[in-house]
Design a protein around this ligand. Structure first.
Ligand code: FMN
Length: 374
């Protein structure tokens, strides 16, 4: 019997993915300083684009003041379209659909990467992290121009030949900062009530959909983080209300961002229900949900999908095992690597900058200790 994640999936717009496994968006720190993709980065994507149905790229900034990481893909200028096109083709030539994740880092951006070394956000509230800069509150006209920039980045992705874009509304970046009662203390049209905190992310969704309206096959997804630790912070209740609103838009999918598909609430340790499952149960068949998070083996993925999510994205798993899908399809699940050694970088085709982050961040990836002396 074929595993359900190996079956094709067809979106409402008619586009078919050859299977239901996606490469999760993962920043690799390896683009050039001007935002062009590098050869190392292309090789990394090529190595991972044969088995999966879809590759969602690392996040790409839509404006210069939204750059969230060193070595990030740029989608903020027309001169980057050729570079974006090289990336889209590299992925598609290996057989996967290519989706560009587009984002703005807001108050989480490292100031030294920004043109005027000043972060911006919904309100002048610093993130809860040692030494974090207090962002400058965006003016309404600036908010409008960031919304337009998401539309422009979408146009560039289309011109570059991508199959779609994913709006990065998760992981504490600008869209989430507007939705969050922690970072959004405004009392104008962009904040104040739960409803008004949705205004900016929904305006971005509409701008992106509008930019893509002439190509019905172009996929537009939205990524969301269900909760925040902060107080005040985004609660599951807030998120379910937001999700109800998002399903009214013509989005092709909703991608939930969590570290562990099966984990319960980060705000209430008594609440053990999977955040992804709660969202899936809320939306049913209205919009396809992508589940993610610590799904290491084909068995983990099958179990997650049994709850109804039609699509799964794998992040760290595909760094540690670029041939995860091929091995699963070939009945070689026992050969799927679920950890890595410090010496594996070249064999796994991982850019040096990403590799350094992986091996120097304790607890992020399972690194085999004994192998440090191999
Ligand atoms: C190296 C790395 C970089 C990441 N960068 C992004 C990113 O650019 N955008 C994003 O939405 N999530 C990012 N994530 C989160 C992943 O998409 C994913 O949600 C998370 O790793 C949990 O899935 P996993 O257990 O399959 O790795 C990143 C994760 C990793 C490991």
């Amino acid at each position: 019997m074929t595993a359900s994640f190996l079956e094709p999936f067809t979106f409402k717009n008619g586009v078919t993915l050859k299977n239901r496994v996606m490469l999760a968006p993962m920043t690799n720190f390896a683009s050039k300083e001007n935002g062009e993709v590098s050869q190392e980065e292309i090789a990394y994507y090529e190595e991972r684009s044969e088995g999966v149905g879809t590759v969602i790229t690392a996040c790409a900034n839509v404006t210069a003041d939204g750059k969230g990481f060193p070595g990030e893909i740029g989608a903020d200028r027309d001169e980057l379209i050729d570079s974006l096109s090289t990336l889209a083709k590299a992925i598609q030539n290996k057989g996967a659909k290519a989706i560009l994740q587009i984002f703005h880092g807001g108050r989480m951006a490292p100031p030294e990467l920004l043109p005027d070394h000043q972060t911006v956000s919904a309100s002048a509230v610093a993130p809860l992290r040692d030494g974090a800069m207090t962002p400058r509150e965006l003016e309404s006209s600036e908010i409008e121009s960031i919304i337009k920039a998401f539309g422009e980045a979408t146009r560039r992705a289309m011109e570059a030949g991508f199959d779609g874009v994913e709006i990065h509304g998760a992981n504490t970046y600008l869209l989430q900062q507007f939705f969050s009662p922690h970072s959004n203390r405004r009392d104008d049209q962009w904040g104040g009530t739960l409803e008004k905190r949705m205004t900016f992310p929904l305006a971005v969704v509409e701008e992106v959909l509008n930019a893509a309206k002439d190509d019905s096959s172009f996929i537009v997804g939205y990524r969301i983080s269900p909760e925040e630790m902060e107080n005040p912070g985004i609660t599951m209740e807030d998120t379910l209300t937001f999700v109800d609103r998002l399903v009214e838009e013509k989005l092709d999918y909703l991608h939930v961002s969590v570290q562990d598909f099966n984990a319960g609430s980060m705000r209430d340790s008594e609440d053990k229900a999977s955040r992804v499952q709660l969202i899936q149960d809320r939306v049913g068949e209205k919009i396809p949900v992508i589940g993610v998070g610590s799904l290491h083996t084909p068995e983990d993925v099958e179990k997650a999908m049994a709850g109804g999510v039609p699509l799964i994205s794998l992040g760290r798993e595909l760094i540690m095992e670029p041939k995860w899908v091929e091995k699963a399809a070939d009945n070689r699940a026992n050969e799927i690597r679920t950890d890595l050694s410090v010496n594996d970088r070249e064999a796994l085709v991982v850019p040096e900058q990403l590799w350094q982050a992986i091996i120097n961040t304790p607890g992020w990836f399972p690194v085999r200790e004994h192998s440090k002396t191999e």
